[in-house]
Design a protein around this ligand. Structure first.
Ligand SMILES: Nc1ncnc2c1ncn2[C@@H]1O[C@H](COP(=O)(O)OP(=O)(O)OP(=O)(O)O)[C@@H](O)[C@H]1O
Ligand SMILES: [Mg+2]
Length: 159
């Protein structure tokens, strides 16, 4: 990551601070300003850089696919589910799942994500049981989430 200016120095200070923790971090910025680079930097300077960094583009997948990507599914949970599969939140272990374009998540998935964050466990699609997760969650968007909260398209509690 390059750049020396008052703004970039502020960013480096914030990065070195948040990287130590495993709290979720929301990265806001216009398109092309380096949000994914910031996410990779947080992961690489965090406590488990050797664990996976798994990006998920919440804007390009249909909601049902995102759910099974993130939370996993059981064999036979839907047409084409020929075998059970762990979700990325499980397979990341103590690494990082990067939710890119989080502003595109449907309200239903926002609730499920909030639950996963709070309970530190997920329910795979088609399953009755829950699976514990350890992954750190980073998220990014170029959308104005505060405005989306006002219009009811983004959950206030998740924000
Ligand atoms: N400070 C920086 N130093 C070096 N490279 C940078 C820096 N900021 C951005 N880049 C580079 O600019 C490009 C765009 O960055 P990135 O993909 O992280 O942006 P983004 O905010 O995720 O964009 P988008 O909203 O389009 O997804 C990448 O190739 C990234 O490596
Ligand atoms: Mg990006």
């Amino acid at each position: 990551m390059i750049g020396r200016s008052a703004e970039m120095d502020k960013l480096y200070r914030i990065l070195s601070k948040v990287a130590q923790s495993t709290h979720p971090v929301l990265i806001l910025g216009e398109s092309g300003t380096g949000k994914e680079l910031v996410a990779q930097t947080i992961h690489a300077s965090g406590p488990n850089p050797e664990k996976p960094f798994l990006p998920v583009d919440c804007g390009s997948l249909v909601p049902t696919l995102i759910e099974s990507e993130l939370f996993g599914h059981l064999k036979g949970a839907f047409t084409g589910a020929n075998r059970s599969k762990d979700g990325l939140l499980v397979s990341a272990e103590s690494g990082t799942v990067f939710l890119d374009e989080i502003g595109e998540l449907t309200l239903d998935l926002q609730s499920k994500l909030l639950r996963a964050l709070q309970e530190k466990e997920v329910r795979p699609v088609g399953a009755n049981h829950r699976v514990p997760i350890r992954a750190r969650i980073l998220a990014a968007t170029n959308r104005d989430l505060a405005a989306m909260v006002e219009t009811g398209t983004f959950r206030k509690d998740l924000f």
